[in-house]
Design a protein around this ligand. Sequence first.
Ligand code: NAD
Length: 270
Amino acid sequence: MTGLGDGIRLAGDLLRRSRWTAVLTGAGVSTESGLPDFRSTAAEGRLAGLWTGLDPTRVASVSAFARDPDAFYRFYRQRLSHLADAKPNAAHRAIAELEVLGFVQLVITQNVDRLHQEAGSRDVVEIHGNLREARCQSCGSIMPIGVMVRQLDAGTHPQCAGCGGMLRPNIVLFEEVLPVEAYRRAADACLRCEVLLVVGSSLEVYPAAGLPRLAKERRAKIVIVNREPTACDPLADLLLRGQAGEILPAIVEAARRAATPPRPDCAPSV
Ligand code: NAD
């Protein structure tokens, strides 16, 4: 059995050898920024996941938006309040640094918080959209989320100034398909990567949970950093169990120091 220290050294070595590495992140990469994930139970000072005692299909689905917009908007207004004060943590910063150092080529995230971009990651694919923008349900116009929030805080259902349609966050709701172009880039990255580093995801929700399988079928090495077991642990070449904000900075240091020389021939971004 590999200890955490040895595992971190191995991860650093894998990243240094790899010619093309993708990172796939989930809600767990942002819990150390004070944002709850979806499925964790409250324990030892941890935040309870958003779906604790709440049925996501009643507040975060297309049918919920149509059936009970008040409950839908209440849920997202609360999430936006959490987001207002959230700052990138050590894990986001480490992932951005791996990109600057040439050890990571693309970040695929299920998160809608934009913290990877705030931390400095440049190439980020958001497969579940983002909560910093609102979208008109009728004409598809995109605008800053503040437009939606101001109307909500004034006590009205937010409407599009152009067509009068209802505004909603520009994210993927339950019962919706993933944005085609974002998913294509994510899948292409998994088909070409030599290492897929997965951070802070239970890997229970498809199609995102299918990405590590895709990468594994093409013989990529799968490294999973998570504080609990995930649905894809049997696929992993390396499992690093613990806090992302501690493990990721240690991986950066290990990659810098690894004995293997870096590959000079990093392929261009997909
Ligand atoms: P998740 O809550 O299912 O899993 C998070 C994982 O991160 C857990 O296994 C947890 O143990 C781990 N973790 C938590 N903090 C950590 C830390 N500091 N360090 C290391 N690991 C940590 O979240 P997910 O995997 O991102 O799941 C994808 C989610 O996307 C689904 O749960 C789905 O509900 C959600 N989703 C939401 C919307 C929406 O809000 N409308 C839309 C689409 C998908």
